[in-house]
Structures are given as structure tokens and as C-alpha cells.
Design a protein around this ligand. Structure first.
Ligand code: BT5
Length: 320
């Protein structure tokens, strides 16, 4: 949304304001004010007009302008009712000079997980990809995934879901409902969200990174894989506009303060303290997950000593 339109919207939210007053305030023509109002109506904002002037009456449930409105992070949002994959679209944008863009969709028809696995993306979800150009070496890119996991977890907790992070890229709801009453050694969670980070870089610097985040927000359980859950299933429908705003704001805070990522991740981790089996490209690692270190490696205490695992599929096991 351009700056004047955003400012007009803020003014409308504060109460009835006459068109000519807006024109004076923003130093634009009355016709330009009218165009901004019409464009906002087209985007779904309900704007009443009376003798007293224009007034914002309702904000659309979901969409690009609606997420940008009141967002305290410097992202532009490109919204699609339906798209094959927000990651694919963000990668297209990566080939231009765009940065700090979020591609957001209500429904995804060709979503991807890691290793080209299918990602189910029915209407009602939060399917988004952040295109960023961080000034870090490629080896630090996994921190973006961890930051996104923290951001999703925090937003989910604000929505009343006791979410936790399963290394490396899953946000899950533990089987014991997060109250610690269940058998915590066998917390095989149901998956609430997944993250797929893709990037291109040179030896010393990331050119672009696309952080793809899929959250089962307002999706009924029967439209999801059996081992999945949604915010709606756990605590009822969520206001997706607010959910996405919180997610983007936390991500933005963390990318500006990379030292804060690991402590926040550890606080939300379901994996630490668990017995795990990780299938890595170099083979299977089994042991106790004891920590996570920069830039996102899981430290596993095995019979042969400590192993740092950088990538793989992680399974939480019952103790031997
Ligand atoms: C992931 O992969 O968890 C990363 C998912 C990233 C999806 C986002 S949505 C926005 C952006 N655009 C894209 O095209 N992708 C990203 P992985 O760890 O490989 O997990 C994939 C597995 O999760 C699948 O094989 C299924 O078992 C399961 N799965 C598929 N859809 C799911 C869903 N909606 N909820 C929970 N689990 C799902």
C-alpha cells in the first residue's frame, strides 16, 4: 500500500473526516482522495460516507492491504486468493530487485514441503513466503528458519494454542496438550505448521532467501493429513490478519537481533531433552537432543559422543 493510502486509512479509522480536509492534510487533490477511498473499498475495507465525511467501519478478514494496515514491520504484502505455491511466486520476485515482500495466500494448490514433499494448503490457512535479502553468509541462513519457527509459535500461543517447536522446521502441538500431564517422553505432536527456507547465495553473502511458512489456521481437521492439526481445531478460529501481523513482527524483530533467536527457540523447543532419531544425508544419528547451536544445528548426545546435526528429519522416540 502506498504511503498516502496508508495515511488516509489511518485518518478514516479515527472517525469521520471530510474529503476536502483529507485533501488539505495530505496535500493532494479531492479527486485523489476519492480514488484512495475507492481503492480501499475495492480491497474490502468498509468505508461509510455521511455529511460528516468518510469513516472506516470494518476491515476485511484477510488480504494484502488488511495485513499491511497496522502492521509494525516493513513488509509489502502481495495477496492471492489461490496460488500454486507462495514460495514459487516469491522466487520469481527474487529475480527482480524486490525485497521485504510477503507473498500471502488463502489457498495453495501446489504447495511444497522439504525434499519436494507435498504440502496440503486448503482455503482458510496462512500460506506465506517472505522474500528477504539478509546481509549474512549462506551458512547462517538456517537461523531464518529458526526465527520463523519462533514467530509462528509465538503467534499460535497468542491465539491460545500450546505450540512448541520440533527441530528443525515443524511447529507442533504436543500430544499432552502442552500441560505437561501426559507422558512427556513420548510427545509425538500433531503438526500445526511447517517452514521451507530456500535461498541463493555467493560464498560470503546470501543473495536472497525465501522463508515459506505454512500454518493450518482456520482449516477443519478433515481437510488435513491425519497427523496434522490446526488453530481452529485446537482453540477455535483465529483472526488471520492479526495472526500474520504478529508473525511478521516477531520475524522482523528477530532478524534485527540474531542473538535473540536461539534463546527464544530453546524456550519453545519440544525437541530438547528428548531422545531422538535423525535421518541425515550422512546417515542416522540417535541419542538425546541436548541443545541447538548457531546457526541452527541440533546437538545430539550419542553413545559415541556429541554430534552436531545440520539437516535431517527428526523423530522423537520413547526412551530406550
Ligand atoms: C515442511 O516440509 O513442513 C515445509 C512446509 C512449508 C509449506 C509452506 S506454505 C507456504 C510456502 N509455499 C510452499 O510451497 N511451501 C511453503 P516437511 O518437513 O518436508 O513436511 C512435509 C510433510 O508434512 C508432508 O510429507 C506431509 O506428511 C505433512 N503435511 C503436508 N501438508 C500438511 C499440512 N497442511 N499440515 C501438516 N502436515 C502436513
Amino acid at each position: 500500500m502506498n504511503e498516502t493510502r496508508r495515511a488516509v486509512l489511518d485518518a478514516l479509522a479515527e472517525g469521520p473526516v471530510a474529503g476536502p480536509d483529507l485533501a488539505d492534510r495530505f496535500d493532494v487533490s479531492r479527486n485523489a482522495v476519492w480514488k484512495h477511498v475507492e481503492a480501499l473499498r475495492d480491497a474490502g475495507f468498509e468505508i461509510h460516507s455521511s455529511d460528516a465525511g468518510y469513516e472506516l467501519a470494518a476491515v476485511p478478514e484477510f488480504g494484502g492491504s488488511t495485513v499491511e494496515y497496522g502492521l509494525e514491520a516493513p513488509f509489502d504484502v502481495e495477496y492471492h486468493d489461490a496460488i500454486a505455491s507462495t514460495n514459487d511466486r516469491a522466487r520469481e520476485l527474487a529475480a527482480t530487485s524486490e525485497s521485504d515482500v510477503v507473498v500471502l495466500a488463502d489457498e495453495q494448490t501446489g504447495g511444497r514441503g522439504r525434499l519436494d514433499r507435498e504440502w496440503v494448503g486448503p482455503s482458510g490457512g496462512v500460506w506465506l513466503s517472505l522474500l528477504v535479502r539478509p546481509d549474512v553468509p549462506p551458512s547462517h541462513a538456517p537461523l531464518l528458519t529458526l526465527a520463523a519457527a519462533v514467530a509462528v509459535t509465538r503467534a499460535a500461543r497468542e491465539a491460545g494454542v500450546p505450540a512448541e517447536i520440533k527441530w528443525p522446521n515443524d511447529v507442533v502441538v504436543p500430544a499432552d496438550g502442552g500441560d505437561g500431564d501426559g507422558d512427556s517422553s513420548a510427545r509425538v505432536g500433531r503438526k500445526l505448521a511447517g517452514i521451507l527456507t530456500e535461498m541463493e547465495g555467493e560464498a560470503d553473502r546470501v543473495s536472497w532467501a525465501v522463508v515459506g511458512v505454512g500454518v493450518n489456521a482456520n482449516v477443519p481437521g478433515e481437510r488435513l493429513p491425519a497427523e496434522a492439526t490446526s488453530v481452529q481445531e485446537e482453540s477455535g478460529p483465529v483472526e488471520r490478519r492479526v495472526f500474520v501481523q504478529r508473525l511478521l513482527e516477531t520475524f522482523d524483530e528477530l532478524r534485527a537481533d540474531p542473538d535473540a533467536v536461539l534463546p527464544a527457540w530453546r524456550e519453545y523447543a519440544a525437541t530438547l531433552g528428548q531422545r531422538v532419531r535423525v535421518e541425515t544425508p550422512a546417515g542416522t544419528v540417535e541419542g538425546n537432543a541436548v541443545d541447538v547451536t548457531v546457526p541452527g544445528a541440533l546437538v545430539v548426545e550419542t553413545d559415541e559422543g556429541r554430534v552436531h546435526v545440520h539437516a535431517g528429519d527428526c523423530e522423537h522416540l520413547r526412551p530406550a
